[in-house]
Design a protein around this ligand. Sequence first.
Ligand SMILES: Cc1cc2nc3c(=O)[nH]c(=O)nc-3n(C[C@H](O)[C@H](O)[C@H](O)COP(=O)(O)O)c2cc1C
Length: 234
Amino acid sequence: MIYCFSGTGNSQWVAEKLKGLIEDEEDVFGMVFPVYAWGIPKVVGEYINEHKEEIKAAQYVWAVMTCGDNIGYADTILNKRLERKVDAVFSVHMPNTYVCLPGFDVDKDEVATAKVQETLKRLPSIAESIKQKEKKTEVVRGKFAWVKTYVLRWMFNRFLVTDKYFHTNKDCVQCKRCMRGCPLNNITTDDKGKIVWKHENCTGCLRCYHRCPKHAVHFGKFTKNKGQKIHDFD
Ligand SMILES: Cc1cc2nc3c(=O)[nH]c(=O)nc-3n(C[C@H](O)[C@H](O)[C@H](O)COP(=O)(O)O)c2cc1C
């Protein structure tokens, strides 16, 4: 069984490639998802809570986390949530999707393309390790990993995993692509047909932001002058 959560398609693309390289085996549980704030997305944590016994019982558990740069101790957070050590964990670079704080923006085209190429080259060896049921940790933690995961992540989850700053600007043509695409069905329209966020279960994936064909979805003023991810894999 391979579980995948993907906000904007990077992790979905990696999961599809891996599915082409490894056989789905009973007793093996694989996970592919993005790193959020040097930890795991809220929605992945919720999935784990619901399926913990099944995952804990698996003979071999592997995880591939996609990230723009580095993961801090996201693997430790994953182990803690699973109440077991993941047997093999890998981080792979993909185009950055995080744009909501100063200093964070999408990658330049050439950087994004280079990351996809690098990951494409690495996937066969990752798949081989999984097939051989190797125990390994192949991740990029980055500098100040502990502070990122245990201090900044806490602040991020507390104050920035929210849909209350999302809105559409005057360029919105109400095509509803954001609404249809939301993986958590957290976007709707009000009685005037305006796009609104439901304040129910946003996990902060930014699919609504990156997919808008008019670049009309914004997160407060945080995303003013920020780019949209060009790599759309669907
Ligand atoms: C809310 C949020 C937080 C993120 N945090 C990190 C991070 O801590 N480290 C990192 O390298 N990339 C981070 N990123 C970038 C994503 O992990 C990366 O672009 C990933 O491949 C997106 O995958 P997806 O398209 O499947 O959603 C973050 C992206 C978002 C939306």
